[in-house]
Design a protein. Structure first.
Ligand code: PEP
Length: 251
């Protein structure tokens, strides 16, 4: 059964005391509420352990924002899947457009991280999305198809069905511009069709495909009402407990 997942990507924001405050506020905001979606938060690495202990008896699940593909070794500044598991992560965001564009991550590297996450029982939230140029020159679907094919390269069906996909048009991230529900639905349905071709229709139907890009309390409901939009990956609006709560409760 397809699951709705609302995930909050904190990016490089919140020091330790601010992280503790935000997660405590979020817990309070969600207490006693009827929550249908799976709720996931991705704080910065240095706050993961403290946040994990605070969410222990709550509905909130823990994600990292990135990881390396190797088991361990001389990779200064990097974090391994095993390290993330050891602090209680269940999810890891991979291939975020900021990782692709600012840090030069390639489709191949992202694919190797996906395999490493799965090997370590972490659920990868795999991001894909086109730039403004690509949307304007009509290559959105080619870009999405090649990113999705690269992400699934070499995965068995058993592995593939564990993935979560996040469609995040780069032009909508942090810009206040949201894809219209129709634009997003069109790409989500396309992603599901590509995945069905790579795996099976049943697996594609069961996968969660989140939308990300300036999701806010006032546009979440309409986006999430579309048949192929199964959740949201939220940046800016997850940094305030009440706005993230409102997005969670839009499901
Ligand atoms: C993101 O970074 O994944 C994102 C969608 O950010 P924002 O919601 O701020 O556009």
């Amino acid at each position: 059964m397809r699951k709705y997942i609302i995930a909050g990507n904190w990016k490089m924001q919140k020091n330790l005391s601010e992280a503790i405050q935000l997660v405590s506020d979020l817990k309070n905001e969600l207490e006693g509420k009827d929550i249908i979606a799976e709720v996931v938060i991705a704080p910065p690495f240095m706050a993961l352990e403290a946040v994990k202990s605070l969410i222990k008896n709550s509905v909130i699940k823990l994600s990292a924002q990135n990881m390396h593909s190797a088991d361990s070794g001389a990779f200064t500044g990097e974090v391994s899947a095993d390290m993330l598991k050891s602090v209680g992560c269940e999810y890891v965001i991979l291939g975020h457009s900021e990782r692709r564009t600012i840090f030069g991550e390639t489709d191949e590297f992202i694919n190797s991280k996906i395999k490493q996450a799965l090997k370590n029982n972490l659920i990868p939230i795999v991001c894909c999305g086109e730039s403004l140029d690509e949307r304007e020159n009509g290559t959105t679907f080619n870009i999405i198809e090649s990113q999705i094919k690269a992400a699934f390269n070499g995965l068995t069906n058993e592995q593939a069905e564990k993935l979560v996909i996040a469609y995040e048009p780069i032009w909508a991230i942090g810009t206040g511009k949201t894809a219209s529900p129709e634009q997003a639905q069109e790409v989500h349905a396309f992603i599901r069709k590509i995945i069905a071709g790579l795996t099976t229709q049943e697996i594609a139907n069961g996968l969660t495909i989140q939308y990300g890009g300036s999701v806010k309390p006032d546009n979440a409901k309409e986006l999430l009402s579309k048949p192929d939009i199964d959740g949201a990956l939220v940046g800016g609006a997850c940094l305030k407990a009440d706005s993230f709560r409102d997005i969670i409760l839009s499901v």
